[in-house]
Design a protein around this ligand. Sequence first.
Ligand code: ADP
Ligand code: MG
Length: 274
Amino acid sequence: MTEGAAREVGDGVDREATLRTLTDGTLEVTGRLVEASNGTFFGRVTRDDHVLECVYKPVRGERPLWDFPDGTLAARERASYLVSEAAGWHVVPPTVLREGPFGFGMAQVWIDVDVDAPQVAVVPAGQAPDGWFAVVEAVDVEDRPVVLLHRDSPELRALALFDAVVNNADRKGGHLLPTGGAVLGCDHGLTFHEEVKLRTVLWGWADAALEPGERRTLERLQGRLAAGPLHDALAELLTRRERAALSERVAELLVSGRMPDPGDRWPTIPWPPL
Ligand SMILES: Nc1ncnc2c1ncn2[C@@H]1O[C@H](COP(=O)(O)OP(=O)(O)O)[C@@H](O)[C@H]1O
Ligand SMILES: [Mg+2]
């Protein structure tokens, strides 16, 4: 975090001020996230004496994909944020749509991650510690069996349920942002497809019974999808069919009472998984 940048997530943060600065502040690009597959930039937004760091993804930098319509990823990132907020998950950093130095796109508050709190790991097969789920078996470069693990925690489980709802096709390890005890997620451009495309490393709760609190969250979200500010905002961001599919996924989760299962669908793990 650069000097002067405020902490923008967690308790006691003025969310309205964050959104105002992110939306109306002056956006400067200060770097490029070189590992990122799309035109993804690191930037700084300044409004009076409020400074925050952000990710900026201009629509123009979106790489065409065979399965998602061109130029729609930024809107999906904004829709993901709105769904996370409306349901009460708060697992997506504040995300807005706005103009920037390379044109219209999305800006999202940068999260300083706790490097000491990894959420996924690869270990030799048979050595999964307590408190972790082994989700994928593989072999390493020297042909030794290894397993991909993720933590078993309520924070990560909330993210897994959020992913099921938004139909996230790209929940890899690097898209998990542990910070101050919470776990947030980033890179929600590949979401809200009409067809089931859930691709995630968080399969530890596959087919687990929903907990009462999770049911209440889904019921609250169901109401907010039907009418009101969330409903109206999503109408500007997603197609009618994508919105119908979203409501159906929520309804199906409530009917089945279970977290999704990969079944024999393919692929269900993003590539690369980390
Ligand atoms: N809001 C954020 N806070 C902290 N780190 C982030 C944030 N957004 C992205 N990153 C980091 O930058 C990397 C690239 O961003 P990502 O959104 O995945 O771009 P791309 O769409 O190009 O894959 C992520 O894997 C993550 O490590
Ligand atoms: Mg990414």
